[in-house]
Unconditional design. Structure first.
Length: 400
């Protein structure tokens, strides 16, 4: 009964396609559209051979609102799952408004010509979605996404007041390449090479890139050097949970990765402006993407785990308490199930679960929402059923 359009046929789009096909009672008709139709066709063929489910495909330039409008008008979906790039968020939201379709994404809008991301651009759509009686669900991947729902779950069940939030993101996997990024290289390099930023006592504190770091122990993995970086869910979480005195985001990086990143930056290959080359204009980071391994192809030899969660300190019944909620995901298991590595898997599964929440009426309302504003319970219940079980630890040493 529910028609959806998936936009984007990369690593995350592949996982969403598999997951909607596995849940064909909820997702009764699916159209997978992307810039390169042959990629959609290959995914649809794989999905059909594994689950016997047919999926329509189409070519679309998601930077082009009239093209999107024509596609949505002809298919008439209830929801668009946007797993293209953050650059396309606003055009897809515009098209959804024009046709009267609900919207979900996994990453907040970034302009192409400025390595800068914040929710203001998408929050500015609040009135338009409200007036249209449509729902826009922002940031429904793992981080943002599950980490935001973990925080909402902690607030609902385990704390009267949360004071300190540390989101910890560890990729302890090994793909066997000297250097590769786990999702779109352009977006990934822009994200990890920016200045650090965290929330403390009502204001943002900026740091040099990777200035604050320490080893943290991850369950079943052990100690990994972890670095404070800015991550987009902090912006909405400190707004929605105003008792937080401090909120930080930690990500693990290997020395080899950081060395490559430094060289890439120092030689100008991370530049996002156009340069003249042989009479042609090219953007260095886009050229770099073309020569780096495709994140979607890393899965085959990827071993190890990701471990992402929230470490929280606060007050319950007048007593101080600590709480850690996390998921560990195996790259090998993700590959066996969907042909992609764990980072695509941990993003695509929550996007699908968020879509299920909307289509089954658990989540909804008119306006633009970050996922921590919804009821966390049905989402986390379904997340565990769909391949991402989660675990809780109480009153442990958070190391932070
Ligand atoms: P990929 O680069 O693998 O895939 C992106 C897909 O979008 C490609 O198929 C690409 O087409 C398509 N696309 C790009 N531009 C357009 C356009 N103008 N019109 C139509 N299609 C377009 O990226 P990922 O799958 O790794 O990531 C997808 C999204 O997930 C990104 O927004 C990323 O930031 C987000 N993400 C979120 C995470 C989270 O936890 N919240 C974690 C990881 C990723 P083509 O194949 O032709 O290049």
């Amino acid at each position: 009964m529910s028609k959806v359009v998936i936009i984007g046929a990369g690593g995350v789009g592949t996982v969403v396609a598999h997951k909607v096909a596995q849940n064909s009672k909820v997702f009764t008709e699916v159209l997978l559209a992307s810039r390169t139709k042959s990629k959609c066709d290959a995914i649809a063929a794989d999905v059909q051979s594994r689950y016997g489910v047919t999926m329509q495909t189409a070519q679309v330039d998601a930077d082009n609102v009239p093209e999107l409008v024509a596609l949505l008008r002809s298919f008439q979906p209830k929801l668009v799952i946007n797993v293209a790039l953050p650059y396309q968020d606003l055009t897809i939201m515009d098209a959804c408004l024009e046709v009267g379709v609900n919207y979900l994404d996994t990453a907040n809008y970034e302009p192409k010509d400025e390595a800068h991301f914040e929710y203001s651009w998408q929050w500015a759509y609040q009135d338009k979605f409200k007036k249209a009686g449509l729902t826009a669900i922002l940031g429904c991947g793992f981080d943002p996404g599950v980490t935001s729902v973990f925080t909402a779950y902690a607030a609902k069940h385990h704390f009267d007041e949360m004071h300190y939030l540390d989101i910890v993101d560890c990729n302890a996997g090994d793909h066997g390449k000297a250097f590769a990024t786990n999702f779109n290289p352009e977006i990934n390099i822009r994200e990890v090479s920016q200045r650090g930023k965290y929330w403390e006592n009502g204001k943002w504190v900026e740091t040099e890139p990777h200035e604050i770091h320490k080893p943290l122990n991850y369950p079943e993995i052990g100690p990994k050097e972890s670095y404070v970086i800015y991550h987009e869910e902090l912006e909405s979480l400190v707004k929605n949970f105003p008792t937080l005195k401090r909120a930080r985001f930690w990500m693990t990086f290997g020395q080899e990765y950081l060395t490559h990143l430094r060289v890439i930056q120092n030689i100008g290959m991370a530049r996002i402006d156009e340069v003249e080359y042989n009479g042609q204009k090219i953007v260095p980071i886009q050229f770099l993407k073309a020569v780096l391994p495709n994140p979607g192809d890393l899965g085959e030899n990827y071993t190890g785990w990701t471990s992402i969660g929230c470490r929280i300190k606060g007050i319950k019944n007048g007593e101080e308490k600590t709480y850690y909620i996390y998921n560990n995901c195996s790259h090998e298991e993700a590959y066996k199930e969907t042909g992609t590595q764990g980072v695509s898997y941990t993003t695509g599964v929550p996007a699908t679960v968020g879509a299920m929440m909307f289509l089954t009426g658990e989540w909804g309302g008119a306006g633009v929402f970050n996922v921590e504003e919804f009821n966390p319970d049905p989402f986390l219940h379904e997340l565990a059923q769909q391949g991402l079980p989660w675990h809780e630890l109480h009153n442990i040493d958070l190391e932070l």
